[in-house]
Each structure stands twice: as structure tokens, then as C-alpha cells.
Design a protein around this ligand. Structure first.
Ligand SMILES: [Fe+2]
Length: 314
């Protein structure tokens, strides 16, 4: 099983106060702060770490932008798995080890990666009955009300690279990630082997190396829209508004993050395991199923099962 999900992300930000304000508004809990650092925790035990650019702990930036996510830390199920991964990586790169439970290195794209033996706290699995014509699941019972969103876990992170397939291949071949789906014209969705979210990492084609966004999983669409309305009242506006991807089925709502890239509220993503058969999707067709604000043109339908050749990521 080995890698089980995103345990923490570390941002460099030159406006720590704005970063703290944004993440508190987003619904994260501030657990520690100082003049050059702030740590937020999510209910599953994962963390979002903000650091000023000169902070001693920060690794080199991924790409030219000094702000944005500098490091992704993945949870590993036990010390034996960590040792196996670190030994394998040591063959062709420097791996810094911190006791038996932590190590850092750079991936093939140049992003700093940390592995840490850690487990996630279980999340509440409350029933969420939904009525529809012909189907009554909630009788004599109100919906649960949300005043704003409270992210429960980080579901995925997204980075761009001019060579997204090569960037993704490293995670498949060296860290055991699974290919969930592929986008035509570049773009590979990857799942950590011990996780069932459709993807935990997406390498997107881009002219430059950059951090793009992090997805925060919230309970349901009500929580997402209550959060969107709350953020809007704080002056944080989404460029696209609410939409749903075809790839992964995720409801999405992206907001610009003062620490770099976007923060995304996500809900109702597909969950998959090793029985899933990866698809190759038309870029635009797969990206958006619908947007609340509508689109002028519908893209041509393009989706097929991936071939062995596709899965080589060459
Ligand atoms: Fe996303």
C-alpha cells in the first residue's frame, strides 16, 4: 500500500498575514503561528504550512515562481515501506533521511517531495439522504444546514510541466502511483496506491513549471456552495464559479489563493481502486461537463479506454 495520501503541503508566501486570513476564511484551523510561519490542520490530521520565502525550512521553488507550493509531503503507511522507497530513490538522487520516519528528495520534474510515516484520522461518515422525483430518502426531515465550508481533507494537488508525462512517470515507476486517467495533449491523473480518490496528483501540460491548485474535499454540494457564498462575502471571487468535471465527476469551485495558485472546494468525486480502467479523454471534453455560468459551445465527445501504449507515458 505504501503511500496513502497528501499529508501536508508547504507554501512560500511573502504575505503571511494575507495567507493566514485566506486559509481561515476557507475553513481551515490555525494551530500555530509565528513571525515567519503558520500551520493549519485539517480534520483528517493533514496540514497546510505557510512559510515566508526566507524561512530556513523551505526547499528550492518548483519553477520560477518563488511563491506557491514548494513541497508536497505524502503519508506512508509504515517504516518498512518508507525504507524501501527511500532505498530505491537513493539509486539516482540525493535522499535526505530524518530517522526512520521521514525523508526528502526532488522528483524528476524538480519538485521537492517529502515522505513521512503517518496515518490519517478517520472522517465522519454521516448519512446524506437526497430526495429526487420517484425516490424518497429523506422523509419528515430537514437538510443539514451549513453556514460555510469546512475542508475535511486534501484530495489532490496539481502542478504544470512542459513534460507532464515524464513528470508523472516518475511517480508511477518510483513511488507506486496508479494512472487514473489521461488527457489528450498532455495531462496525467495519478492516484496514491493506498487512496481511493480518483486522483491525488495531476500533472498538467503547461509552458512553465508551476503550482496550479490544491483541492479541499468538503462534505457535499450544500457545504461547497455555503463556502462559496461565504468566500464571496469576504471578497474572494471565483473566475469560473461552480462546475463539474467529467474526469473524476468532481464538483469544483476554484478561488485564487494569495499564497499562489488556486484553492478548490471539491465534493462528490469518483472513488476508484485498482479495478478501474484508465481512460484517455479529450482535453476540453474531460475537463468540464458543465459550468453554472454556461458555455457557448459544447466540446466534441472524446473518451476511450487507455491502451498499453498510452500507459507507458512516453
Ligand atoms: Fe482540482
Amino acid at each position: 500500500m505504501a503511500i496513502t495520501g497528501i499529508y501536508s503541503i508547504t507554501y512560500a508566501t511573502d504575505d503571511l498575514a494575507a495567507g493566514i486570513r485566506f486559509h481561515e476564511q476557507l475553513g481551515l484551523t490555525l494551530v500555530r503561528s509565528s513571525a515567519d510561519a503558520a500551520d493549519f490542520e485539517l480534520p483528517d490530521g493533514s496540514a497546510v504550512l505557510l512559510r515566508t520565502p526566507e524561512h530556513a525550512e523551505l526547499p528550492l521553488p518548483y519553477g520560477q515562481d518563488v511563491s506557491g507550493v514548494r513541497e508536497v509531503c505524502w503519508a506512508v503507511d509504515n517504516e518498512r515501506s518508507l525504507a524501501q522507497l527511500a532505498d530505491g530513490l537513493s539509486r539516482d538522487r540525493t535522499v535526505h533521511r530524518y530517522g526512520q520516519t521521514e525523508c526528502t528528495f526532488f522528483d524528476d520534474a524538480g519538485l521537492s517531495v517529502r515522505l513521512r510515516v503517518a496515518s490519517f484520522r478517520p472522517l465522519p461518515a454521516e448519512p446524506d439522504p437526497t430526495n429526487a422525483p420517484g425516490r424518497v430518502e429523506r422523509l419528515n426531515q430537514l437538510r443539514r444546514w451549513f453556514d460555510r465550508a469546512r475542508p475535511l481533507q486534501m484530495q489532490h494537488v496539481v502542478f504544470s510541466s512542459p513534460q507532464p508525462r515524464a513528470a508523472a512517470r516518475f511517480y508511477v515507476e518510483r513511488l507506486g502511483f496508479r494512472i487514473s486517467d489521461i488527457q489528450e495533449e498532455g495531462g496525467v491523473f495519478l492516484r496514491a496506491p493506498g487512496n481511493v480518490q480518483h486522483h491525488n496528483l495531476y500533472w498538467q501540460r503547461g509552458d512553465a513549471k508551476a503550482f496550479r491548485h490544491v483541492s479541499y474535499g468538503v462534505t457535499n454540494l450544500d457545504a461547497l456552495m455555503a463556502g462559496a457564498a461565504f468566500m464571496s462575502r469576504q471578497g474572494v471571487k471565483s473566475r469560473q464559479g461552480l462546475g463539474r468535471h467529467r474526469i473524476s465527476s468532481t464538483f469544483f469551485y476554484y478561488m485564487p489563493n494569495p499564497c499562489g495558485g488556486d484553492a478548490e472546494y471539491s465534493t462528490d468525486s469518483d472513488c476508484i481502486n485498482d479495478d478501474w480502467k484508465p481512460r484517455v479523454w479529450g482535453r476540453v471534453f474531460g475537463h468540464i461537463w458543465w459550468l453554472a455560468q454556461g458555455r457557448e459551445q459544447e466540446p466534441e465527445e472524446r473518451m476511450r479506454l487507455a491502451t498499453e501504449e498510452d500507459l507507458k507515458l512516453t
